[in-house]
Design a protein around this ligand. Structure first.
Ligand SMILES: Cc1ncc(COP(=O)(O)O)c(C=O)c1O
Length: 367
């Protein structure tokens, strides 16, 4: 199968498997696992922050970051389509005890900065919650993985800090953003007070995410991790893969993300030629007409088929290709480690055949 449902489907590289089998281990809740400690130091160094914490997933990373920044009854400002708003089972409310004020988002994933400035609550008004956090998502998933620029991140941080509120970045695909923008992770993280990034997506590790920030913040997040049952023991066995991912040199998996971006663009260029397939609309844009490959700047391709979506996906699957239903009737394909240009060419050919098959049999269009 060529599995483009997500970059989470990647399997660890041979260098990761070797490192995992040889990892030195200890009990991480006691702070005794040397491999985890090395990974946390490396993540902090890469993002230019004081400390880092290894957690089980991106969702747990965002949750413990919120626990580290917020008190009960406070409010986070985040984009309306953000993962922390709609894809984390309202953990902010259930576990952290906070609300989220949702910002309208533009097709490039950004917010109007005047609207952001306006979104902070008045701390003197007894009726209102207290604004306690601003959370960006970079890359921004629903806009087809647009990377938010360093300049924009700086502007958002400046406004947040003027209101004495920290900035968290949900960087599930933070290094995709950095690579696409041509800046270092350290530069892109500089304006933020904390960043979560996933090892288990484009970086090809089997498990894990990192939360980085100040020493004090990470100490609070570490307490939060224990609260949600995320204190793991000889977890160096998986942290070892993260150390390989974040290493310099040929075994590291950050620099190679550029290949995923080129492959996503190649796929979009192929799909854009096809009759019966069109732009996703919404944040993924443009509203009508063909898919615009120029908007594919990281590893997401989001589009719409004019005929039956499920029939198209079934026809693709019958040809050995997996894509996934995405929001508002769209389809998402995500490139990643293990998918090369030849695989993309097979996907393009199979998509053309699947479109032909699903339109020839008169499958009714879904509304
Ligand atoms: C933007 C974003 N944030 C957070 C997450 C959560 O990551 P995980 O699946 O590791 O919990 C995801 C997962 O897809 C994501 O896309």
């Amino acid at each position: 199968m060529i599995d483009l449902r997500s970059d989470t489907v990647t399997h660890p590289t041979p260098a990761m498997r070797k490192a995992m089998s040889e990892a030195e281990l200890g009990d991480d809740v006691f702070g005794d696992d040397p491999t985890v400690n090395a990974l946390e130091e490396r993540a902090a160094e890469l993002l230019g922050k004081e400390a880092a914490l290894f957690v089980a997933s991106g969702t747990m990373g965002n949750l413990v970051a919120q626990l580290g920044h917020l008190g009960r009854g406070q409010e986070t400002i985040a984009g309306a389509s953000a993962h922390i708003v709609s894809d984390e089972q309202a953990g902010h409310a259930v576990v952290v005890g906070t609300s989220i004020r949702q910002m309208p988002e533009r097709p490039d994933g950004t917010w109007d900065l005047a609207e952001l400035d306006d979104a902070f609550r008045d701390p003197r008004d007894l009726h209102e919650p207290i604004s306690g956090l601003v959370a960006l998502e970079n890359t921004h998933a629903h806009s087809m993985g647009q990377p938010l620029s360093l300049e924009y991140t700086r502007q958002v941080a400046e406004i947040a800090h003027a209101h004495r509120v920290p900035l968290h970045v949900d960087g599930a695909r933070f290094f995709n953003a950095a690579i696409a923008l041509g800046v270092s992770g350290r530069e892109l993280a500089a304006p933020a007070d904390s960043v979560t990034f996933c090892l288990s997506k484009g970086l090809a590790c089997p498990i894990g995410s990192m939360v980085v920030g100040s020493r004090d913040f990470v100490a609070r997040a570490r307490r939060g991790r224990k609260l949600v049952g995320g204190g793991m023991r000889q977890v160096g066995v998986v942290a070892a893969a993260g150390l390989v991912a974040l290493s310099d040199g040929p075994d590291g998996t950050i620099a190679r993300l550029a290949e995923d971006h080129a492959n996503a663009r190649r796929l979009a260029e192929g799909l854009a030629q096809m009759d019966g397939l069109e732009s996703a609309g919404g944040l993924a844009q443009p509203a009508t007409g063909p898919l615009d490959p120029g908007r594919v700047t990281t590893n997401f391709v989001i589009f719409r088929v004019r005929r039956d979506r499920a029939a198209f996906l079934d026809a693709l699957e019958a040809r050995g290709i997996l894509m996934v239903e995405y929001t508002h009737g769209t389809i998402r394909a995500v490139t990643h480690y293990g998918i090369d240009a030849a695989a993309i060419d097979r996907v393009i050919a199979a998509s053309a055949a699947a479109l032909l098959e699903t339109s020839a049999v008169g499958v009714p269009a879904r509304t």
